[in-house]
Design a protein around this ligand. Structure first.
Ligand SMILES: *Cc1c(COP(=O)(O)O)cnc(C)c1O
Length: 470
């Protein structure tokens, strides 16, 4: 039939809603969304008919239209948040939610979320308790600090500590440490937001102790050190070691703060990772206030942890902004459970996914990759799989110039570009994310759980199937 003459035959919304395909969804999907989906489907069809060439031939099938409306209604109600199988090999992938949590942390979240807890109640006295009481002693034990507190994230921790310790006055920072972290967190801007005047010293590549000394004046409130998390200055460079800055702080009566960024609680060099100062070492060097993230190398929930001397931590806890940045009970519960695992470092590496993924051996990854390659080949002759030497990354702005050696699976699908294949894999549920390198799709099993392998195969198989119908 001529497309334009079909306009008269477009089904009424009521009739569409009464069709079996949409009636089936009545119990599941709110009526307003079903109606909206039916309207939008008919409207899209009307536009298509209006745009079609006269004299063409088209037909209207009400069941097919109803099925299209049903599929649109399902899309409208599908959750936006969906699991992703991370085969990028980037362990702390910020866009994929950074650190996955340990089972112990998940259990703590479930327990806390499903009922009431002693969040701010001292059960021994029956009186009001402190939110931080659940983690302060643990953090002090793990880092050697005198006192500790936690806020929503490390960006908040830095903002709060700067405001509480130096608002309206100056903080001295090296020009080599004026860091920008992803998501527009820049040290100079955070300082401005906290009402702290930035006094930059030294040069980009070299800052000496005398530079800090010369900058100290009436208005100085704080000496600040920032971990250059996501970049490295190599070659002719020098920065002032923490202990020297601490000595200068003591001499001049100024507190010294360090934003450690990732903040490792244990030394990971035995797993082949480069040496990074641990939080304990920063405490031992005498830094007064140290801040770090909960969901970077620590492998816990999003949180901003602040440890240090009681005098300074008390000032920070009492600042009104602390209330605005406070950590929620679920993250706090997950953090406590994660920190408890660190009391036994062997257990921490076994139980905390981030540490486990960093520590897994190349041999083990090779074995898993070869076995999975065989299963991928068995899926379809349209898939070509090759095991190649590659590297994974720590991510999350931690250890930027360090790569973890390990194998990757290089996948090619007949008649599909790497970009197309990657796109189809992202559209599966769960979504599968690999990385593209030299026009090939790579899957890195370091960041894929063993229990996700079946879903990974399913995603590949469905992605090929999607090709057949297009
Ligand atoms: C990541 C990072 C931050 C921000 O921490 P969040 O937990 O993401 O808020 C601040 N400072 C440094 C040096 C960092 O590496």
């Amino acid at each position: 039939m001529d497309p334009r003459s079909l306009l008269r035959c477009l089904p009424a919304i009521d009739r569409l809603l009464a069709s079996p395909a949409l009636q089936e969804l009545v119990a599941e999907i709110p009526a307003v969304l079903l109606t909206e989906a039916a309207r939008e489907t008919v409207e899209a069809l009307r536009q298509r008919l209006l745009g079609a060439l006269p004299g063409g031939d088209m037909e209207l099938d009400i069941d097919a239209i109803a099925r299209e409306a049903a599929s649109l209604a399902r899309k409208k109600t599908a959750p936006s948040f969906t699991p992703v199988i991370n085969a990028t090999g980037v362990v702390l992938h910020t866009n994929l939610g950074r650190a996955p949590m340990a089972a112990e942390a998940l259990e703590a979240i479930a327990l806390t979320a499903s009922g009431y807890t002693n969040l701010e109640l001292n059960l021994a006295t029956g009186k009001r308790g402190e939110r931080f009481s659940h983690i302060e002693e643990l953090l002090c034990r793990l880092t050697g600090a005198e006192a500790a507190m936690v806020v929503n994230n490390n960006a908040g921790a830095v903002l709060l500590a700067l405001t509480a310790l130096a608002k309206g006055r100056e903080a001295v920072v090296s020009r080599g440490e004026l860091v920008e972290i992803g998501g527009s967190f820049r040290i100079p801007e955070v300082m401005a937001a906290g009402g702290v005047k930035l006094h930059e010293v030294g040069a980009t590549n070299r800052t000496h102790l005398k530079d800090y000394r010369q900058a100290i004046g009436e208005d100085t409130a704080l000496l600040l050190k920032v971990h250059p998390s996501n970049y490295r200055i190599l070659g002719f460079c020098e920065s002032v070691p923490a202990c020297d800055l601490v000595a200068l702080g003591r001499e001049t009566g100024l507190p010294v703060m360090e934003d450690l960024g990732s903040g490792m609680l244990m030394d990971l060099t035995s797993f082949g990772l480069p040496r990074e100062p641990t939080v304990r070492e920063a405490v031992k060097a005498g830094i007064d206030v140290i801040s770090f993230s909960g969901d970077k190398l620590l492998g816990g929930p999003q949180a901003g942890i602040i440890v240090g001397r009681s005098q300074q931590i008390t000032r920070i806890k009492r600042h009104p902004m602390a209330r605005a940045l406070r950590i929620d009970k679920l993250s706090l519960a997950a953090l406590e459970a994660t920190l408890r695992l660190y009391l036994d470092e062997k257990k921490a590496v076994e139980r905390i996914p981030t540490l486990r993924m960093l520590a897994v051996s190349e041999t083990e990854l090779g074995r898993r990759s070869r076995a999975l390659a065989r299963r991928i080949r068995a899926l379809s002759t349209a898939l070509e799989v090759k095991l190649i030497p590659s590297t994974s990354q720590v991510g999350g702005g931690a250890l930027p110039v360090f790569d973890l050696p390990g194998p990757a699976l290089r996948i090619a699908a007949e008649g599909l570009s790497a970009q197309h294949l990657a796109e189809r894999l992202r559209c599966q549920r769960p979504a599968l994310m690999g990385r593209i390198q030299d026009d090939h799709l790579l899957l890195d099993l370091r960041t894929v759980k063993k229990t996700q392998e079946a879903q990974l195969l399913q995603a590949l198989s469905c992605a090929l199937g999607a090709g057949a119908t297009l």
